[in-house]
Write a protein that binds this ligand. Structure first.
Ligand SMILES: [Zn+2]
Length: 226
């Protein structure tokens, strides 16, 4: 899994810290000041880095917006995190994508529609999950989305690419959605006691498709009371 540049920076700083600490232990009396700085630097590098700098190693293929050829957002409203809700969608159109190339093409088409036709700031969803199990970054963890009226400012919106009215998504796609939610909890962007809902619970829509809705209603954290 490729790591982000910030991740490599953190690793580098940590390695530097370990090296310096070893030097300290080797000759601690002569190097008290050096040691103190080293310990502080190491502590800061491991505990005080911004969340976005954290060393995220996703348990699934992850493609940033630039990697799938998306445009930058024309504006960003910062999301207050951790959010209490996760909202699940299906795209309906486009249908399921089973190769990374096809999913990337679908992401570009959806962003075109949302940004150029609808005049939104960006593709509406926080993340999209392809039928082959990859995650494609949308607005990401820290931006308010445009996917579910009444829930945009307090949720992460995850769309499964495909039409799941009658057919269930492949197991791999479903597994990635569960893993993505867990990553969001682990990173502190989603509350650990989050409530999972389907788009249809927020507004009058068939989304995320009857088959997928029946599936997610069996998942932990699903909230039927919404
Ligand atoms: Zn939806």
């Amino acid at each position: 899994m490729p790591k982000s540049k910030s991740c490599w920076a953190v690793l580098y700083i940590n390695l530097l810290g370990v090296f310096r600490l070893r030097l300290c232990l080797y000759n601690i009396r002569k190097m008290m000041k050096f040691c103190l700085i080293s310990v502080l630097a190491f502590a800061v590098s491991t505990t005080a880095m911004p969340k976005s700098w954290s060393c995220v190693s996703y348990p699934f293929p992850f493609y940033t917006k630039s990697e799938w050829g998306g445009r930058e957002a024309t504006g960003v409203t910062r999301l207050t995190t951790p959010v209490p809700f996760v909202v699940i969608h299906h795209t309906y159109i486009p249908g399921i994508c089973l190769t990374v190339d096809r999913c990337m093409r679908d992401m570009r088409a959806m962003q075109d529609h949302h940004q150029l036709t609808n005049k939104w700031q960006d593709i509406g969803y926080s993340f999209a999950v392809g039928g082959e199990g990859s995650v494609f970054e949308g607005r990401g963890w820290q931006a308010v989305g445009a996917h579910a009226v009444g829930y945009n400012t307090n949720s992460i919106g995850i769309v499964l690419i495909g039409d799941f009215v009658s057919n269930l998504p492949p197991a791999r796609q479903l597994e990635t959605v569960k893993q993505l939610i867990q990553v969001g909890v682990d990173l502190g962007y989603i509350r650990s006691d989050y409530r999972l809902i389907g788009h249809r619970q927020a507004t009058a829509t068939e989304c995320p498709g009857q088959a997928l809705f029946t599936e997610i209603s069996t998942w932990d954290h699903f909230d039927s009371t919404v």
